[in-house]
Design a protein around this ligand. Structure first.
Ligand SMILES: [Zn+2]
Length: 473
């Protein structure tokens, strides 16, 4: 009789085991029936790893800039923006400088405003004094909000407009913390963004010493509200690749990164790749010489963000990069594609950026699923999300809805974003262990309670999600 009970027990137990769904199966079932809002909430709530491809200036939402500009009056900074053009300059002004004359919503600091003649002063308004219509236009002037705006608007006017907003180190540090807060709320625990220490000025225009700026970052990121985000932050130094003195700048920043490892972990190269002066091999001799002198400087470099097939990704690996930003044209270079399968080289994928900057017309053209399913390490990242008015959840949502990502693929992508972080090994291991635990807890919570598990989750989303997914808040 006892034998019979044992048999029944074993039988029932093995039956229940056979019917237990894996979380992958649960996720597939959920995807089939979930509303856009439910899927968005699920993806917002799910633990994510890090954002490895993030530009601190481009990651600030317009509303964050506005609030921070007003707050900076306390430190003596006042900003003006150009709201009209009164033809104050004669024919022939240089329209290809950092802040061209014939461009609206160029932002300047008060000390620059005071140097203008009265005609040009009349073109500007203090940002705190913008009327509602001007304010709305100002907010829209630094995001891609119209169908006519794409790559040229982004590269040629957005940065020119931001202009002097980039040279206040307190504002820069506060806005990185703002990003940490927003990323923390959507389940990220790591942010690697680029931010420099040169070119910063006081309210009167006098320059900061680079060590002073470094201290401002260190102190700001150690404050309570920054620590409370649960997001570990590290910085990269970005080189604009096509400038005349790029080699000298690279030498300086390489040395700076090597000697400030507490916060700085790598060097990046940015700027249009279709500018011939910025091609990767230009920097090979310089980087080889720098490697004779320094250790511990990681390279994550934009490559293959290009419409034409070329060997920029191969050449960038030759420079010593272990992470490739974008890597869009890799399918046009099969030898390098094969080299990257099951490799240590990660591609930082920026789905929204690539669409809005017209590197793909739609997602049927995007190589992300090809890379992912061929075993090339990939992670999703946000690039200049302030200008897209989006967040990391939008990248996940885009991936799931366009490429039918499985749960395992999502989790692997998140883990990759930590495994390939440039942070020290000990911290990286802690982040990975924590990620594993948070994923397990998330799976259990959803298995037990379904969407009721996320009753308290209120996703913060912006105009990209509203326009593209009809998920509006
Ligand atoms: Zn980028």
């Amino acid at each position: 009789m006892r034998m019979l009970y044992l048999l029944i027990f074993l039988c029932v137990n093995s039956m229940s085991f056979a019917h237990a769904k894996t979380f992958d199966e649960e996720f597939e079932a959920f995807k089939k029936t979930a509303s856009a809002q439910a899927l968005y909430t699920f993806l917002y709530a799910m633990p994510k790893g890090g954002d490895l491809h993030n530009h601190s200036t481009g990651s600030n939402l317009s509303e964050w800039w506005y609030a921070e500009i007003l707050a900076q009056q306390e430190k003596g900074y006042r900003y003006y923006t150009k709201v009209k053009i009164n033809n104050c300059r004669a024919y022939g002004s240089n329209e290809f400088t950092q802040a061209p004359y014939l461009l609206l919503f160029v932002n300047i600091q008060a000390y620059e405003y005071e140097k203008l003649d009265s005609c040009e002063q009349s073109e500007y308004v203090g940002i705190q004094d913008l009327n509602p219509e001007q304010k709305k236009a100002w907010l829209n002037s630094i995001r891609l909000d119209k169908s006519s705006e794409g790559r040229d608007e982004f590269f040629q006017t957005h940065w020119a407009r931001i202009n002097s907003l980039m040279s206040n180190p307190y504002m820069q540090a506060n806005l990185i913390v703002k990003n940490m807060q927003a990323f923390g709320a959507e389940g990220l625990t790591y942010l690697e963004t680029d931010a420099g220490v040169r070119g910063f000025v006081h309210p009167d225009g006098s320059p900061f010493d680079s060590e002073e700026v470094y201290q401002i970052y260190l102190e700001r990121f150690a404050q309570k509200d920054a620590l409370a985000t649960g997001v570990t932050v590290r910085l990269q130094y970005a080189l604009v690749r096509f400038i005349t003195q790029a080699e000298d700048a690279l030498k300086w920043m390489y040395g700076f990164v090597a000697s400030h490892p507490e916060l700085y972990v790598g060097v990046d190269m940015v700027g249009r790749e279709d500018n011939d002066k910025g091609h990767p091999l230009r920097f090979l001799p310089t980087l080889r010489a720098l490697r004779h002198q320094y250790h511990g400087v990681n390279l994550s470099i934009h490559a293959g963000e290009s419409d034409e097939p070329n060997h920029h990704i191969r050449d960038t690996l030759l420079l010593g990069a272990t992470r490739i930003g974008h890597g869009l044209n890799l399918t046009g270079d099969p030898d390098t594609l094969l080299l990257m399968r099951y490799s240590q080289y990660l591609i930082e994928i920026n789905l929204i950026s690539n669409l809005l900057l017209e590197y793909v017309d739609d997602y049927t053209q995007h190589p992300f699923p090809e890379y992912l399913r061929l075993g090339i390490p990939v992670a999703l990242s946000t690039d200049d999300r302030g200008m897209w008015d989006s967040n990391m959840t939008d990248e996940y949502y885009t991936g799931v809805t366009n490429f039918n990502l499985s749960w395992s693929e999502l989790v692997k992508t998140g883990a990759n974003s930590l495994a390939h972080a440039f942070v020290d090994e000990k911290t990286k291991q802690q982040l990975l262990d924590d990620y594993k635990q948070r994923i397990a807890a998330f799976e259990k919570a959803f298995s037990d309670k379904k969407m009721a598990a996320f009753e308290k989750v209120k996703p913060e989303s912006y105009s990209f999600a509203c326009k593209q997914f009809k998920v509006c808040h």
